[in-house]
Design a protein around this ligand. Structure first.
Ligand code: ARG
Length: 458
């Protein structure tokens, strides 16, 4: 018989029972449920609503159940519907009457909201740690490879030479903002709904500030209807995960490209590659691809929750039971993918020579050649035109800018002198960009120091 079975004459069939249950999703937050119940019981005793003896029996009983859940000996039964009733039923079976007093002044509606908020905070903590780990790897890869020059791209066409470290650090900053988003999601979850009861509060003299303190929440939620019925903090978590997956997906797309024969910029470690069952030569970047692919499901988790929440009238509706699986999936997916990306980056080989060779191809010096003319007094627009023509000339003659003779340069503009050579060197071009945030080594060193400072602060 369900704990709410008093007014019912018959139960649902097994399939319907399973359909309505949330036990599977709840298991992940079982320890939070127990923590919430222990705080509630302690508060009930402090307020004289139950006796100290009852509270002590409840506390000991819940501690025992917590141990059983942790070591896998707790007997889960789908007929209990959810973790709240499973734990309460087991408690009462064990300690008798005091267990039956636990639910005084409480509803599963504020109970589940409490569990989810505690759980969301824990997920955020784990994600924040994973995020820091990934950024630590990016930073060390950037630091180790300072001096490696690669082509920078726009439209996936060679644009200008950049330092590989600069490219890596671009991701560092993206993930730093993801960190900020995760902190915001944790802050959003950090409020106590316990004591809101079903929707309207309760007639018992509960001390909500006390449970807030016991559970480590920042404050008690001001409105009982808001407390039991919104899940916007889970949307914040889903959103933070979705954005971070988007960043990971971009990084992984580059890893896939860079490890291809066409690019050859990096070689992935065997430990982060797989083979083909038919083609003996294959070494595939499966884990980068999978991370890119899993971005879809995390976007899906965000969309699913947004859609579940829309149009729900206040206050609690059973629809809200659907809110738990997605955020748990989003968080686990991001956590796993961050660890995979970190491992991939840490173990890959950076093929500096290939990168450098490519950095000079595709007329990546063109901007600097135009700047050369502009610095000699030619208006930049005119210089752009002159160098555009020079590139066209090169293309027609199958040459690179670096292959042009002094006479050929002179023919396109008399302003060209021998010193143009230094503006054709990819490393020189990259390292000349020392404005704040630029790719020049001196600027990247400043950036590395800032990144270290940021990491130490997070
Ligand atoms: N299993 C429910 C959930 O996950 C708990 C709250 C149920 N409340 C209710 N009035 N049916 O949302």
């Amino acid at each position: 018989m369900a704990l709410w079975g008093g007014r019912f004459e018959k139960g649902v069939d097994a399939f319907t029972q399973e359909f309505g249950a949330s036990l599977e999703d709840d298991k992940a937050m079982a320890q939070e449920d127990i923590k919430g119940s222990r705080a509630h019981a302690k508060m009930l005793a402090k307020q004289g609503i139950i006796s100290n003896d009852d509270a002590a029996a409840i506390d000991a009983g819940l501690e025992k159940i917590s141990g059983q859940i942790a070591d896998g000996t707790f007997a889960w039964d789908v007929n209990d519907e959810d973790v709240h009733m499973a734990v309460e039923k087991a408690l009462t079976a064990d300690i008798g009457t005091p267990g039956a007093r636990l639910h005084t002044g409480r509803s599963r509606n504020d109970q589940v909201a409490t569990d989810i908020r505690l759980y969301a905070k824990r997920l955020c903590e784990e994600l924040l740690e994973g995020n820091v780990e990934l950024r630590r790897t990016l930073l060390s890869v950037a630091e180790k490879n300072l001096g490696v020059v690669m082509p920078g791209y726009t439209h996936l066409q060679h644009a200008q030479p950049v330092l590989f470290s600069h490219h890596m650090l671009a991701y560092f900053w993206m993930f730093s903002r993801d960190y900020t988003r995760l902190v915001a999601a944790r802050t959003a979850a950090d409020a106590n709904p316990l004591g809101s009861a079903a929707l309207a509060g309760t007639t018992y003299p509960l001390d909500r500030d006390y449970t807030t303190q016991l559970l480590g929440f920042d404050h008690a939620i001001s409105n009982s209807m808001d407390a039991v019925s919104d899940r916007d903090y889970l949307l914040d978590l889903d959103y933070a995960c979705a954005v971070s997956m988007m960043h990971l997906s971009r990084l992984c797309e580059e890893i896939v490209l860079w490890s291809s024969t066409e690019f050859g910029f990096i070689t992935l470690s065997d430990s982060y590659s797989t083979g083909s069952s038919i083609m003996p030569q294959k070494k595939n970047p499966d884990f980068a691809e999978l991370t890119r692919g899993k971005t879809g499901r995390v976007y899906g988790d965000l969309m699913a929750l947004l859609t579940t929440m829309k149009s729900l009238p206040l206050a609690y509706n059973k629809d809200l039971q659907e809110c738990k699986e997605g955020p748990a999936d989003a968080a686990k997916t991001l956590l796993d993918c961050m660890a995979i990306a970190s491992g991939m980056l840490e173990t890959m080989t950076v093929n500096a020579k290939t990168m450098l060779a490519q950095a000079g191809k595709g007329f990546t010096a063109a901007t600097d050649v135009a700047d050369y003319l502009a610095k000699k007094g030619m208006p930049f627009r005119e210089a752009h035109e002159v160098v555009g023509k020079l590139v066209l000339y090169c293309e027609k003659h199958g040459k690179g800018l670096e292959d042009l003779t002094a006479e050929e340069f002179q023919a396109s503009s008399p302003l060209f002198g021998d010193d143009i050579a230094q503006d054709l060197d990819p490393a020189g071009i990259a390292n000349a960009r020392v404005t704040y945030g630029g790719t020049g080594e001196a600027a990247v060193r400043v950036q590395l120091a800032e990144a270290k400072e940021r990491l130490a602060a997070d």
